[in-house]
Design a binder for this molecule. Sequence first.
Ligand code: ATP
Ligand code: MG
Length: 156
Amino acid sequence: MKLLLHDAAPTDTASLGKALAACLDVGDLVFVYGPLGAGKTTLVREAAAALGVEDPVTSPSFTLAQSYHGRITVNHLDLYRLERLDADDLAEFETYLYGDGITFVEWPELLEGQARPTVTIRLEHAGPDRRKIEVEGEITARLEAMLGDPGPGHRH
Ligand SMILES: Nc1ncnc2c1ncn2[C@@H]1O[C@H](COP(=O)(O)OP(=O)(O)OP(=O)(O)O)[C@@H](O)[C@H]1O
Ligand SMILES: [Mg+2]
């Protein structure tokens, strides 16, 4: 099952990040695809904040990965600069994947075939501040219910 947001404004991306946080659990692996500036880091930042991470999530430019500690550990990997995955990279990746956190991977192409993501997210530009966002994985039904329901305090 897929969840598709055709025309997500920044607030919609933020809501998706928060809802994602509520649906993910330790051991989950999230592949986040999309071109430069699509909003991958923005989405991970929103999810991490909702998981209690207080440090700002930035792009781990000169390292493969960064771990953040909120109510739960959030690992953020960005493989943009990696040309290929050697044995050391793979071993490092596995320490995150099999550790006690949730792992988000931007530019995950090199990991395809090495690990199965529990959730796959694809972002595309759809205007200066609009994005098309597709989410695939077992959590999508729950995610859709959460996003469609503004929650307590918003009912009339
Ligand atoms: N609807 C939207 N959803 C998400 N981000 C948006 C949206 N509209 C505008 N933006 C802006 O687009 C930019 C996305 O930057 P971000 O660093 O998250 O992209 P990225 O996909 O991680 O890029 P990179 O490939 O360089 O890592 C931010 O400045 C964000 O504010
Ligand atoms: Mg990024």
